[in-house]
Design a protein around this ligand. Structure first.
Ligand code: PRP
Ligand code: URA
Length: 209
C-alpha cells in the first residue's frame, strides 16, 4: 500500500507561502519552486542505499559511506514539472531526465498525452515523477502508467501541492507508488483547481495567460 509523505519542514512551508501568493511574479515563483524542489529532494532520497568505502583522512584510515550507485531518473510532467528539475539536479546531478508531456483538457479535465522521451534504461532506474500540482490526479496517474508500460518499476511521485481527490486517485490506480507533497490542500473547486492552491502552475512559471 502506498504512503503519503508530507514534508512540512519550516523552510519549505515558508517558501510555499510566497509561491501561493498571487503577487509573486514569475521570476521569484520559478526560483522558489526550484528551491522547494531541492529541499524536497533531500527527503525523497532518504532511503537511497549507501555502501562502505575506505578512505584516508589526514589523520587515519576510516570507513565512510558512499551512494551505492543505483541509477536514478527525474521525470517532470510538462510543462509545470520542468520548474522542479534544476533544483533536484542540484542534489542528484547524476540523475537522467525523462520528459512526459501531458496537458489537462480544460473542459473534461482529462489528461492528453503529447510527448514522451525517457532514458533508454528506465527500467533499471529509481524514478521520481515531479509536478507541482496533483489536482484530480489524472495527469500523474497517466504519467505513471506510461512509465510502467516502458518498464519502470520503482517509482515515486513528488508534488508541491496535492488535493485529497488527487491523492486518492493516484493511490487507487498505483498502490505501489509513494507520494511526497509539501501540502495536502482542502479540495478542488468546480473548475478542477486546488483550493487554496497557487493557481495555474504552468502559467505562473512561464508567464503565459
Ligand atoms: C497542470 C499541472 C498538472 C496537472 C494537474 O498541468 O502541472 O500536470 O495540471 O491536474 P490533474 O491532477 O487534474 O491532472 P496543465 O495541464 O495545466 O499543463 P501545463 O503544465 O502545461 O500548464
Ligand atoms: N493545475 C494547476 O496548475 N493548478 C491547479 O490548481 C490544478 C491543476
Amino acid at each position: 500500500m502506498s504512503k503519503v509523505i508530507q514534508i512540512s519542514h519550516p523552510l519549505i512551508l515558508h517558501k510555499l507561502s510566497f509561491i501561493r501568493d498571487k503577487n509573486t511574479g514569475s521570476k521569484d515563483f520559478r526560483d522558489l519552486v526550484s528551491e522547494v524542489a531541492m529541499l524536497m529532494a533531500y527527503e525523497v532520497t532518504r532511503d537511497v542505499q549507501t555502501t562502505d568505502i575506505e578512505i584516508e583522512t589526514p589523520i587515519c584510515q576510516t570507513t565512510c559511506k558512499t551512494l551505492a550507485g543505483k541509477k536514478m531518473a527525474i521525470v517532470p510532467i510538462l510543462r509545470a514539472g520542468l520548474g522542479m528539475v534544476d533544483g533536484m539536479l542540484n542534489l542528484i546531478p547524476a540523475a537522467k531526465v525523462g520528459h512526459i508531456g501531458l496537458y489537462r483538457d480544460e473542459e473534461t479535465l482529462q489528461p492528453v498525452e503529447y510527448f514522451c522521451k525517457l532514458p533508454q534504461d528506465i527500467e533499471e532506474r529509481d524514478v521520481i515523477v515531479v509536478d507541482p500540482m496533483l489536482a484530480t490526479g489524472g495527469s500523474a496517474a497517466d504519467a505513471i502508467t506510461l512509465l510502467k508500460k516502458r518498464g519502470a518499476r520503482n517509482i515515486k511521485l513528488m508534488v508541491l501541492i496535492a488535493a485529497p481527490e488527487g491523492l486518492k486517485a493516484v493511490m487507487d490506480v498505483h498502490p505501489d507508488v509513494d507520494v511526497y507533497t509539501a501540502s495536502v490542500d482542502e479540495k478542488l473547486n468546480e473548475n478542477g483547481y486546488i483550493v487554496p492552491g497557487l493557481g495555474d502552475a504552468g502559467d505562473r512559471l512561464f508567464g503565459t495567460k
